[in-house]
Ligand binder design. Sequence first.
Ligand code: NDP
Length: 241
Amino acid sequence: MARTALVSGGTRGIGAAIAVALREAGYTVGATYVGSDDAANEFRNRVGIPVFKWSVTDYEACGEGVAQVEAELGPIDVLVNNAGITRDAMFHKMTPAQWREVIDTNLTGVFNMTHCVWNGMRERRFGRVINISSINGQKGQAGQANYSAAKAGDLGLTKALAQEGARVGITVNAICPGYIGTDMVRAIDEKVLNERILPLIPVGRLGEPEEIARCVVFLASDDAGFITGATISANGGQYFA
Ligand code: NDP
């Protein structure tokens, strides 16, 4: 029987590419979202992947959402923690709300989602948790103290859970994308992108969402069963962790 995968923030950007790639690899896939119903339904109608709405910041909602996904699609074998936001500001201008929103979504959201699938994976003695962190969690980024802290936290969480999951058949890994051509990066001022960011990327281009998706498909596969606690950097040579 096909394994079931759930991708948070899976209806656009990197998450949508991951959901489609996992489906093409034979998984039964669900994708979560939090914002526009119209956009999510357009994705569902276009690609035929069921969509589920809740915020990863809400632990209760994660529990109810996971139960609904499992009732409709089957026990979740693969969880991809992809949902993420930015609220950029230099630290001296960063508000407590900007700090909290990013930590709540990008770090606590990963705890919430993973905690809600973890016991099921333990009982079934199989699981794959794949966390989408960031190059800026590895190296830090001015203007992103909140985001860098959350994404670095995801790497610590990945390594701790890898140790806890190892004896019960669960692998936990992280992917650190560099700059990928999605809404998140399109929100960056074009001049800044062209003059200050692109020159830092040795391959001379942004990454494609599908290039991250293919890493996820590998980490989810049986071929990756001996890989846990690892971080895959996919950043066009911009930074070697
Ligand atoms: P997008 O902004 O294009 O998409 C973000 C996704 O996260 C959306 O699907 C959004 O849902 C979802 N989301 C946001 N907040 C919540 C929430 N509270 N609950 C549930 N879902 C939520 O981002 P990208 O595709 O660019 O990024 C995906 C991941 O990759 C993020 O974790 C990001 O930090 C990381 N990343 C991205 C890089 C890049 O260059 N693009 C580089 C490094 C890391 P909705 O569609 O409903 O708004």
